[in-house]
Design a protein around this ligand. Structure first.
Ligand code: SAM
Length: 230
């Protein structure tokens, strides 16, 4: 199980060539067609999560953990909703970019509170824990431990998104389209919807909402689970 190595590779990737690539994809400048498609798909995932949260009423003052926050694509809109956001990422470069974008958009540096951290070492207690599009870096064997850890930090709700295992997507992965451009340096792990739901249910969580984002090159299953007493 090459997980330690995987993590070092992922961290290095998102501090170097991957940082450059994903900073552009998660931005608004010129990108190629595949990257544009992924940008649009990823924004749909963020928008779905925000629409779920808004449908639940005023969440200002609540504490949220954005685990694997990337360049802050979710953390920043959460902060504009008055949510207290703890955002972290294993990549220092991604966190620096997120901080800079938050500063530009929000004009303040206290919320979100950013840190460079491996999500498996995160501690604390949050009303909601969200982890978007990070499971792709975790092989199946490591997923239960990772989800259980994130769930242990959540008082009432967890929201996860991941690339779902489907035959079509397997084909796409085989032709190497997930990481666009010449350097596709990290492995992409796909997960089965029912496996992720089983992990959550086995810990007493109830699946509340599901959605699927699907563009030509971007696929993401989104799951919201709540503690039964929440
Ligand atoms: N969640 C963000 C979003 O949706 O905009 C970023 C998604 S990006 C595809 C994956 C991010 O996960 C990268 O920023 C990467 O550095 C981060 N990541 C990967 N493994 C991680 C880990 N073990 N702990 C924390 N962050 C991690």
């Amino acid at each position: 199980m090459p997980t330690t190595n995987d993590k070092a590779v992922v961290q290095d990737y998102f501090n170097t060539v991957g940082f450059d690539r994903w900073r552009r994809i998660y931005g608004d400048g010129d990108v190629n067609k595949v990257q544009k498609d992924i940008r649009i798909g990823h924004q749909q995932t963020v928008d779905t999560v925000i629409s779920w949260l808004k449908a639940d009423g005023d969440l200002s003052g609540q504490s949220f953990c954005d685990a694997g926050c990337g360049v802050g694509s979710l953390s920043i809109p959460l902060a504009t909703m008055g949510i207290q956001v703890s955002a972290s990422d294993i990549s220092k470069k991604m966190v620096e970019e997120a901080q800079s974008r938050a500063q530009q958009t929000l004009g303040q540096d206290q919320n979100p509170n950013f840190s460079v951290q491996d999500l498996e070492t995160l501690s604390g207690s949050f009303d909601t824990v969200i982890c978007l599009d990070v499971l792709i870096h975790y092989p199946d064997q490591k997923v239960p431990e990772m989800i259980n850890h994130l769930a242990s930090l959540a008082k009432s709700r967890i929201i996860l998104s991941f690339a779902p295992w489907t035959i079509g997507y397997m084909l796409l992965k085989k032709i190497g389209s997930f990481f666009p451009g010449p350097s596709k340096t990290t492995r992409a792990y796909l997960h089965r919807d029912f496996d992720i739901c089983d992990i959550l249910r086995s810990q007493g969580w109830t699946i509340e909402r599901k959605a699927m984002t699907k563009t030509s090159f971007y696929f993401s299953r989104i799951i919201e689970a709540k503690r039964p007493d929440a």
